[in-house]
Ligand binder design. Structure first.
Ligand SMILES: *Cc1c(COP(=O)(O)O)cnc(C)c1O
Length: 377
């Protein structure tokens, strides 16, 4: 940890916040270098859509570009236009592609649309664009992309000459899933019809599949931001984001009393409680409640907090702006008003916090609300 730069993130006074988010840009860069090394001969780009998975596109993309990243993937033309202001020379791919209303932004900002359907190809070519475009081929996801048969036809009649052909894995997080090999084979076959185009298939998890999935360009996202990408490996990435809530006050409740909405937890002992200023409006999902959420019966472990490396359990339901933790077992100097309690970060892995909410690190990161004071280190 070298220097800390704070930014207001639109807050009138970041010092007045009850929610803070610390983003380690050097960890993002180091994670990208790890992904680049695993990409072998392929170039390594970066998915920075969704405000760089909630970590801040402006900061993350600029740091990645400084480290040598040249290809960036964003969701739509508005994200692309914002990124173009920061990176005049980068190659910026727009995953939602080209449609009439997006055309002016795409052209003005020299963005490269990923053409996802025959309609999009027609819209792009009939607009008379001679700028590069990428072509998405669906090899098993049934989401975006033309079929392999349509792609072969496009290659033959040269309806569009893509600078990049790409596809996307459906099951890369489960490396033994048979669909992975099928998708690699389909993609290898169809990219052969576009000898002039670069080819790209692998997201973070796909990069772990090795050379067969690497092609010319990889597109890691979640791994850059410290998240788990495979179900069968310990997470090798450095943590990037730390979310912390300010402890607003403490109270002691007696054995037999209840805590939070619905009175779903009955205290088994006299309990010192820390009341903290983050809730589901900040993207700390209600489904991580300590008790009383029917939809979370499947997941045994509720959300946790941590302070100086010690974890403490959530009590009862998560509310819109507040969380309650049982800090009885901490030394009495810890867990007190004015201190900060980690919700995920160094002590609690992002993906453990996500699992406690019945979701994945991707969703937890991209759900973080607008109240956080962001600090970049
Ligand atoms: C989001 C996205 C990626 C990055 O995926 P991760 O699993 O986060 O590495 C790559 N390609 C496409 C098409 C995507 O939508």
């Amino acid at each position: 940890m070298t220097s800390i730069t704070s930014q207001t993130g639109g807050l009138a006074d970041p010092a007045a916040t009850t929610a803070r988010l610390t983003i380690d840009l050097s960890a993002i860069v180091e994670n990208w270098r790890t992904m680049r090394a695993l990409s072998g001969e392929a170039s390594c780009g970066a998915a920075v859509k969704g405000n760089a998975y909630g970590t801040g596109m402006a900061e993350a993309a600029v740091a990645l570009a400084k480290a040598g990243c040249r290809q960036f993937f964003v969701a739509d033309a508005n994200e692309g236009a914002a990124l173009r202001k920061l990176l005049p020379d980068a190659e910026i791919f727009i995953l939602s592609g080209a449609f009439d209303a997006a055309m002016p932004l795409l052209v003005e900002n020299r963005l490269t649309p990923v053409l996802n359907s025959l309609d999009q190809i027609a819209a792009w070519t009939s607009a008379g664009n001679d700028r590069p475009a990428a072509l998405h081929i669906d090899t098993g996801m049934n989401r975006l992309g033309i079929t392999p048969a349509e792609a072969v036809e496009i290659a033959e009649n040269r309806a569009v000459e893509p600078t990049l052909v790409m596809s996307h894995f459906a099951c890369a997080d489960s490396p033994d899933h048979p669909l992975n090999a099928i998708q690699i084979e389909r993609f290898a076959e169809v990219r052969g019809h576009f000898p002039e185009a670069r080819a790209s298939l692998a997201n973070s998890a796909g990069i772990h599949m090795g050379d067969a999935a690497g092609f010319d360009l990889t597109r890691p996202g979640i791994a850059l931001y410290g998240g788990e990408c495979r179900n069968d490996l310990p997470n090798p990435m450095r943590p990037v984001a730390k979310a912390e809530a300010r402890i607003l006050t403490n109270r002691v409740a007696k054995a037999g009393e209840t805590v939070s909405y619905g009175a779903t937890v009955t205290l088994g002992r006299d309990t010192r409680i820390a009341i903290c200023g983050i809730g589901y409006a900040d993207g700390f999902h209600r489904s991580s409640s300590g008790s009383g959420v029917p939809l979370r019966r499947e997941v045994q472990q509720a959300g946790m907090g941590a302070i100086e490396g010690r974890t403490v359990p959530l009590l009862g339901r998560v509310t819109m702006d507040l969380l309650m933790f049982d800090v009885t077992d901490l030394p009495e100097t810890l867990g007190v008003s004015g201190q900060w309690i980690e919700l995920f970060g160094e002590t609690i892995p992002l993906d453990d916090a996500a699992r406690a909410a019945g979701t994945i690190g991707y969703e937890l990161l991209t759900s973080l609300g607008r109240r956080y004071a962001r600090r970049y280190i």
